[in-house]
Design a protein around this ligand. Structure first.
Ligand SMILES: CC(C)(COP(=O)(O)OP(=O)(O)OC[C@H]1O[C@@H](n2cnc3c(N)ncnc32)[C@H](O)[C@@H]1OP(=O)(O)O)[C@@H](O)C(=O)NCCC(=O)NCCS
Length: 189
């Protein structure tokens, strides 16, 4: 049984370095597994994205005993390389750049964050929770399918590694993983 207590909150300036370290660690893990996902990431650009998302208040972190356990970005941004007019872009909230620290893998933190994101999507009267995943990573596609997502389609964009589009109804909860104490909600209200 997992007795750790996890809390989710909005990212703050002091989280930039820990988030970068978590992304570095994740990219190294993917490389070890000989996966090309995120291998072309430019660290400087990545950091700029983290800072932009932080300022936009769309970046969140999960902490366990004040240590960074995971990060997720959640917003209305539907990447127009992938999502078309007929997808009704405004009908969803979109998950981006979700990563769990190796020390906190395997307890269902990803699932818990996706349920948290779904709650926000539903509260905002969105019909869907959506994301785009790495096109060629079958194991990652299976991960999302096992959590109740359906693949919408693969959108092959020559210069993008991502483009496997997934959606789950906003009112769906997978219901596993540790409870997340939602400090983000409190902070925003
Ligand atoms: C996806 C993620 C957030 C889920 O975290 P979690 O809820 O703790 O789940 P786990 O890490 O235990 O992963 C579940 C399974 O999916 C696999 N998996 C997760 N991400 C994967 C990836 N990018 N590529 C291949 N397999 C992956 C894990 O190896 C694990 O497989 P196993 O059950 O055979 O051991 C975390 O694994 C992660 O940070 N992955 C790398 C970054 C990533 O791909 N993020 C999603 C971007 S769309």
């Amino acid at each position: 049984m997992n007795l750790a207590r996890y809390a989710i909150r909005q990212a703050a300036d002091a989280d930039v370095e820990p988030i970068m370290a978590l992304l570095d660690e994740t990219i190294a893990w993917l490389k070890e597994r000989r996966l090309d996902q995120w291998q072309g990431n430019n660290r400087k650009r990545q950091r700029a994205h983290v800072e932009t998302d932080l300022a936009a208040e769309t970046l969140f972190v999960v902490e366990r005993d004040a240590a960074l356990g995971a990060t997720i970005r959640l917003d209305e941004f539907a990447d127009t390389d992938f999502w078309r007019d007929e997808d009704d872009r405004a009908a969803a909230l979109y998950v981006h750049r979700m990563a769990v620290a190796r020390s906190d893998r395997g307890v269902g933190l990803g699932s818990a964050m996706l349920d948290w994101a779904a709650e926000r999507a539903e509260a905002g009267e969105r019909k869907w929770l959506r994301l785009d995943a790495w096109q060629t990573n079958g194991a990652l596609h299976l991960y999302y399918k096992n959590l109740g997502f359906e693949m919408v389609r693969i959108e092959p964009v020559e210069y993008r590694g991502s483009g496997a589009l997934f959606a789950r109804p906003a009112d769906y909860r997978h219901g596993d993983g540790p409870a997340l104490i939602d400090l983000a909600r409190t902070d925003l209200e």
